[in-house]
Design a protein. Sequence first.
Length: 187
Amino acid sequence: MHWTVALVLLLFMIVAAAAMLFFLHLTRAGRILQERIPDRPRRRLFLAAVSFFITFLFVRLLVRAITHHVGPFGWVMVGGKHIHHLVWGILLLLAAGYLELAEFGTGGTPGSIFASRLISILYGMGAALTLDEFALWLNLDPNAYWTREGRTSIDAVVLFGALLAMGAWGAPLWAKRRVQQEPGAGK
């Protein structure tokens, strides 16, 4: 049983989520993003989009390493069945959806804002893991990943990633910050 990939994926998700939250909370670039992107919903969309693209690239590289026998990686097998990474993605999407429905992260406290951002990151990761195998669940063929039909996974990732990016990186990110002037100032 190769749990190495499952552990690598879990470790990646923990490290990536921690790095994104660190970046957002403790760096100058994070402060600039906080000035330019309102917290809800755009910053959550931004975090979901970034985690989506990073997770997609990481998983593609990991699957490539497995198929080319690079490193100690192998498929996750349970009882002779290959557990595809879309399963982990579906579980993350279910968890993020449940937390959102239960209204975790909807308050204004620092803990609530942190939870909201973490849920957004988990949502992006889950969507990437699931859509990376879109061709598999569309065709119900485990061999579709690297075939011509596998191109539909890339199309699904590009379309959903573009939707997240449009929601997050629209006009507010590129707009100049307006400085509030006192009434009568500048006359």
